[in-house]
Design a protein around this ligand. Sequence first.
Ligand SMILES: Nc1ncnc2c1ncn2[C@@H]1O[C@H](COP(=O)(O)OP(=O)(O)OP(=O)(O)O)[C@@H](O)[C@H]1O
Ligand SMILES: [Mg+2]
Length: 341
Amino acid sequence: MVKIENLSKTFTTKDGKLIQALENINLDIAEGEIFGIIGRSGAGKSTLVRCINMLEKPTSGRVIIDGRDLTTYSDRQLRRARQQIGMIFQQFNLFSARNVAGNVAFPLEIAGQPRRVIQEKVKRSLALVGLSDKAGHYPAELSGGQKQRVGIARALASEPRLLLCDEPTSALDPQTTASILGLLRDINKSLGLTIIIITHEMQVIKEICDRVAVLNHGRIVEAGSVLDIFTAPRHPVTRELIKSILDTSIPEQVLAGYNPAGTSLLVRLSFIGHSAGEPVISRMIQEYNVQANILYGKIDHIKDTPFGTLTLELSGQPDALNAAVAFLHGKQLSIEVLERQ
Ligand SMILES: Nc1ncnc2c1ncn2[C@@H]1O[C@H](COP(=O)(O)OP(=O)(O)OP(=O)(O)O)[C@@H](O)[C@H]1O
Ligand SMILES: [Mg+2]
């Protein structure tokens, strides 16, 4: 649905210095998916999202939405195209002098829609975000989470097919973040809306995204399904971002209590999805004549998929250990031999 081809953006500062904010970005975002773009501060995330709806003109490259190349559009054509693209912001960007209904109505008024249609759409949008009872309230009377719901209602009012979110939960506490992410997930499902979400928080990616691209110094260093990226990150920046929320390292006190005797191996298994339910460990013990001592285990979820790690100490004869490790490699799980005694 959204295709970004060889997109670059260079800013020229007032004193004539060139800043390359984006370099040769290529992305293909499918209809109906929730696509995440993650990166540290200054990586170029906001610039990228602003290039998608042409609030920022790319220096080179193309942005193709539904087969139409927006970089060739006139300002007038762009204004029309943007009605199909909703956007929400970290700081909500609401008009403090307008009440909730007035904020949601704003883009419809700009588009010159008839009053009656506007009223109908405002009502429907506010119901979608659970704020029907707040239509007459002013932004100052709302919590952060409620303000973001107004932002979402405003973005949805013109029935866009694509929703761009620039750090939508960065100003919110964890609980409110969860409720806003839940709402984005619901509207993605119920409306079939394609969502692009920019964030510096891996938690956001883990909760709701299908695929993710990692942006670093203006370049995409890694992209793929969230499950693949989380279970096998390749780039150091990705590893660092994941570590903050999915710490699979073994706690010190566990290692301190680990006292190898005889021939043993320390292995870490990662289970994804339903292989978590298979009796792999008990079969290994029975068939290969090894002992397994569970040192540490953890289970988590990536979107709807269970993901777990289990650290085992395996002991037995060297041949039996090798055969057991080969058996584990053949299963639908990833195995890492941490230490050989
Ligand atoms: N209008 C501008 N003029 C000059 N430089 C700019 C402009 N906008 C952004 N930049 C520069 O481009 C780079 C990327 O900025 P951008 O705002 O896209 O990063 P970001 O990933 O959104 O960061 P943050 O997480 O802090 O919001 C930065 O080096 C920034 O200073
Ligand atoms: Mg930004």
